[in-house]
Design a protein around this ligand. Structure first.
Ligand code: DOR
Ligand code: ZN
Length: 457
């Protein structure tokens, strides 16, 4: 048993500082070129020692120490998700800031960036401030709002980005909608550049996707559903790269999903442009066949309805290769909770999106086991790389850093149960499936914000 009550001694008021020892754990942090079995010593919320045998016998036997035996588990810097949808304000029945942050902690995250398609839209200072204030009140992982590019996500009038930034926004996006007007997009890139904010594009040419519900291909034809062609994403990414080059601005592709878009980002990077991209777990793992087969054996699976849609194997292969070689910088979940009201209906009427915060480790470790993604890239894509995109300090296992640490059991096989998820919604085709690998513990400044039930008993 691990007695976490000892960890809550904060060192204030003359009490002993807390001491947490991760003993003989495999620690991985590519930023400091670390992949070794070490002890990690945490004192008063900060990492004070890292190395083989770094924890002295005296530390481990100290009454005030919380000692966690590695036992084959991994210690990683806690994760950063630059693309989540918490539904507060407006649709708290799907998710609110508290349940969203709880889900983030359970997934191993220390930081999340919230998209602005709330109700009202986060297109002004007062809403950004309210989100930040509510998150501080709740505690746990840090919430960084992403402000809208245009008022009301309408694609017409730019927001006051200086205000948004001052209030705490770390980027701008009209996610859910694409900024399709080239003149507006050019102005957005120019304006955001002034404030050093990345412009995060939901790349979808709406003229090419009107009325569509899934990827355009053989499966959509078979199912009789109108399709969303790859080129609708590629055309926007190509145009935006040209605009970003002309302006000299930072440009980020949200939830990249096509072979063509990956190629365009690779070429842009080769040309030295400030272009970055993220990919979701579902676009790395599922094809459009999942819509037809259904997670429950029934077709037209609304849990597999997502925007951009699940594509084909060649797109998955391109996304996995792009993530492995660094073309795609980050893994982001696009955690998009929807209740049964929006999902238990006919496919055409269902809202797009699926939850992801609590499922990253279980679902994606298979790519590492299969040798398609190195563990170092997996960790970088969840820590330093996304932090770089939005300009926040990345969690790291360096001595002196805040002890934002996630402990992973790579061998634990378990079935994802909806009832065990902290998110208010369970809309994921991965619920009910069995995976190997789980988050056992998340600490923020050395304090546990998530402990898997039974992890230490
Ligand atoms: O599937 C999606 N769901 N894609 C988006 O771009 C928006 C998101 C949502 O807000 O539900
Ligand atoms: Zn999104």
């Amino acid at each position: 048993m691990v007695d976490w009550s000892k960890a809550s001694s904060s060192g204030r008021g003359g009490r002993d500082p807390q001491l947490v020892v991760f003993s003989a754990v495999r620690a991985v942090d590519p930023v400091v070129e670390l992949d070794d079995t070490v002890d990690i010593v945490v004192e008063d919320g900060r990492i004070t020692r890292v190395g083989p045998g770094a924890a002295t016998a005296e530390m481990k036997s100290s009454e005030r120490a919380v000692v966690i035996e590695g036992g084959g588990r991994w210690a990683l810097p806690a994760f950063v998700d630059i693309h989540v949808h918490f539904r507060e304000p407006g649709h708290e029945y799907k998710e609110d800031i508290k349940s969203g942050l709880d889900a983030a902690a359970a997934g191993g995250f220390a930081h999340v960036c919230c998209m602005p398609n709330t109700k009202p839209v986060n297109d002004r200072r007062s809403i950004t401030e309210a989100m930040v204030a509510r998150a501080r009140e709740v505690g746990g992982p840090a919430l960084h709002p992403i402000g809208a590019i245009t008022r009301g996500l309408k694609g017409q009038e730019l927001t006051e980005m200086a205000d948004l930034k001052e209030a705490g926004a770390v980027g701008v996006s009209d996610d859910g909608r694409c900024v399709t007007d080239s003149a507006i997009m050019r102005s957005a890139l120019e304006y955001a550049k002034t404030f050093d904010l990345p412009v995060i594009q939901h790349a979808e040419d709406h003229a090419l996707t009107a009325g569509s519900h899934m990827h355009e291909g053989a499966v959509s034809t078979r199912l009789g559903l109108r399709g969303w062609p790859r080129v609708a994403e590629d055309i926007i990414v190509a145009r935006d790269i040209l605009l970003a080059e002309a302006v000299g601005a930072r440009y980020h592709v949200a939830h990249i999903s096509t072979e063509g878009a990956v190629r365009l980002v690779r070429e842009a990077k080769q040309r030295g442009l400030k272009v970055t991209a993220e990919v979701t777990p579902h676009h790395l793992l599922l094809t459009d066949e999942a819509v037809a087969q259904g997670h429950n054996g029934l077709g037209y699976d609304t849990f597999c309805k997502v925007n951009p849609p699940l594509r084909e194997q060649r797109d998955i292969d391109a996304c996995v290769a792009g993530l492995a070689d660094g073309t795609i910088d980050a893994i982001a979940t696009d955690h998009a909770p929807h209740s049964s009201l929006e999902k238990e209906c006919e496919f055409q009427a269902a809202s797009p999106g699926l939850i992801g915060l609590e499922l990253v480790v279980p679902t994606l470790l298979q790519l590492v086991r299969d040798g398609k993604l190195s563990l170092g890239r997996f960790v970088a894509a969840l820590t330093s790389a996304p932090s770089g995109v939005v300009g926040i300090e990345a969690p790291t296992l360096r001595v002196g850093a805040k002890a934002d640490i996630v402990l992973v059991d790579p061998e634990r096989t378990h079935t994802v149960e909806g009832a065990q998820l902290r998110s208010k919604c369970h809309n994921s085709p991965f619920v009910g499936q069995t995976f190997t690998g789980s988050v056992e513990l998340t600490t923020l400044r050395g304090q546990p914000v998530y402990v898997r039930e039974g992890a230490f008993s």
